[in-house]
Design a protein. Structure first.
Lengths: 217, 217
DNA sequence: CATATCATTGAACGGTCGTTCAATTCGTGT
DNA sequence: ACACGAATTGAACGACCGTTCAATGATATG
């Protein structure tokens, strides 16, 4: 029944590995890594569970391969995200590839599991954002800051945190951060208040002195 | 003649259930719910695994009990968080109870697993924040907004997202959101850029560019 | 056609999981 | 002292896990 497969020796059989990897990314993104069994991935990819181990060595190695693929996929789209303007910061970065595995959703799920690949990706993402924002300051688009790197880092954390908590954000505001980025209306309920806060600020007068607001008086 | 007589075992045995619940919260917060076995909880609490099931019915029921306890513990401390000022928003809310189980860390872990208790807690938290910020607008402390509820929601999402991603935030900036709240220096690297952005804003002028969410003003 | 090669499979193994259950301890009322 | 019920235990069960391994199927080459 599988007429689609291949004249495949060692050249084209990569489609099998890709199919496995994409199925893994999809399931990892949906239910998390721990809750996804190798058998479930095998069923989704249409192969035997043992083949996954034979190809990738172990479930953990497969997960690493998924991390690397997602990190690479997002790195390719990075410039697009950067061009979205400094307001949204790195949130716009995870642009979904058409027809590909759910990269953004995977990122949202595995940001908390903490893999080396994702951590490294965040680091370079913040570095790029800091550099980009520094250019914005020089060109007069952004206000200068006491904490150039800290500002970029916190902004990135906020954006990524909103992505991680997309489920709660959608329940609260209706904004779906996982929707197609082509649809601005889907995330308007998020970008509206966000841009407003980041442009005007929220305090009517500059808060003098004490940060952190420990002692109000 | 004594309510204590029989309760030496049936009234005071709550200490056993409390010990189990606290151990569960600690381990759930550390390694996540899925990665924590009933046997590990039992070992940490100094009881047999079967006792946990006998007391709570199932692991899932124990998790629900943990959710309820954490939600209640944070609700009690809510006023403290509110008094921390509107800048940090609901981040200050999860004030750790001294000597108790790691409530904040538990919240950071289970925010993404999505339990009904935690979701309901977030909803009321945002409601309170919106109400509190509305008062701030009336009293002149905060700027008015086009999206009163959305602003509170996004601010809450940012704060909770930063809590969820505390590991990355600490690696990036050194700020430890899980440290004792008595130590402002531990989170200064976060509160500094955060308050700066939320008071002054980051754009020198209203954004002329065309990001994803831009439409009519 | 024969054969070596390699992707692929199905069955099985050891381990851990949540949970069940009979048995045992222990505090207490009579 | 005795019995009873609650608290607690240890052993076991079935299910599922990731992984191993010998066997199978297909294919290109001699």
């Amino acid at each position: 029944m599988n007429m689609r497969s291949k004249s495949a020796r060692s050249g084209d059989d990569r489609s099998t590995e890709i199919r496995i990897r994409d199925a893994a990314i999809t399931l990892f993104a949906e239910h998390g890594v721990a809750a996804t069994s190798v058998r479930a991935i095998a069923a989704a990819a249409g192969v035997a569970p043992s083949l996954i181990i034979h190809r990738y060595g172990s479930k953990e190695a497969l997960r690493t391969a998924c991390d690397e693929y997602v990190a690479e996929a997002l790195r390719e789209r990075k410039s697009e995200g950067m061009r979205s303007g400094p307001l949204l910061g790195p949130l716009a970065t995870p642009h979904e590839a058409r027809g590909g595995p759910p990269v953004r959703r995977y990122l949202a799920r595995t940001l908390i599991d903490g893999s080396p690949q994702v951590s490294a990706m965040i680091d370079t993402l913040v570095d790029d954002a800091a550099r980009y924002m520094a250019e914005g300051v020089e060109s007069g688009l952004l206000k200068p800051t006491e904490h150039p790197y800290g500002r970029a880092a916190v902004l990135a954390i906020w954006s990524l945190g909103a992505l991680v908590l997309h489920e709660h954000l959608e329940r609260l505001t209706g904004a779906d951060l996982l929707a197609d980025q082509d649809d601005p209306a889907a995330i308007a309920a998020y970008t509206g208040p966000a841009t407003e806060m980041l442009t005007r600020g929220i305090t009517a007068e500059p808060d003098p002195g004490t940060p952190a607001g420990q002692e109000k008086e």
